[in-house]
Design a binder for this molecule. Structure first.
Ligand code: 5GP
Ligand code: ZN
Length: 141
């Protein structure tokens, strides 16, 4: 299995650093985030060291989503939040601080807009949308 001896999440997978483990299966691990952005904030990670969405094999990304879904269901039952965000960052520009693929499960509660992950519904410029669409669609092959 791919691993990185300098990676904090690989150390958690290896049991070298403790965590509040929620769930584990062959390919994934879920545990509580040590710096919770909200009550119940948890992470679903791949056990193997893949840096981001560009690197990880699709079946492992799917396994992480399946684990995130499982944790979200339990969090919904246990904590009755008003909603749950799943968040997954790729690269420093997106706020990724641990370079090991993971999905955040973030229960949301009324009045917690300080989390600043809500960008609101501001109508976009159709020409700008179309221009970005054309560029991305052109790279889908
Ligand atoms: P990112 O910023 O890469 O999207 O998310 C990394 C997350 O990992 C952060 O929310 C951070 O709080 C969490 N984290 C970093 N180090 C540790 C650790 O040692 N233990 C746990 N449980 N979470 C960690
Ligand atoms: Zn790692």
């Amino acid at each position: 299995m791919r691993t990185d001896t300098d990676c904090i999440f690989c150390k958690i997978v290896a049991g070298e650093i403790p965590c509040f483990k929620l769930y584990e299966d062959e390919h994934t691990l879920a545990f509580m985030d040590i710096n919770p952005a909200s009550t119940g904030h948890a992470l679903a990670i791949a056990k193997a060291h893949w840096e981001n969405i560009h690197e990880i094999p699709v079946e492992l990304a799917c396994a992480c989503i399946a684990t995130a879904q499982r944790i979200a269901g339990a969090a919904q039952t246990a904590l009755s939040p008003d909603g749950i965000n799943l968040l997954q960052a790729n690269g420093p520009g997106a706020g990724q601080s641990v370079q090991h693929f993971h999905v955040h499960i973030m229960p949301r509660y009324a009045g917690d807009e300080h989390l600043k992950i809500n960008w609101g519904l501001n109508p976009g410029d159709t020409d700008e949308i179309k221009a970005a669409y054309g560029k991305i669609a052109g790279c889908l092959g």
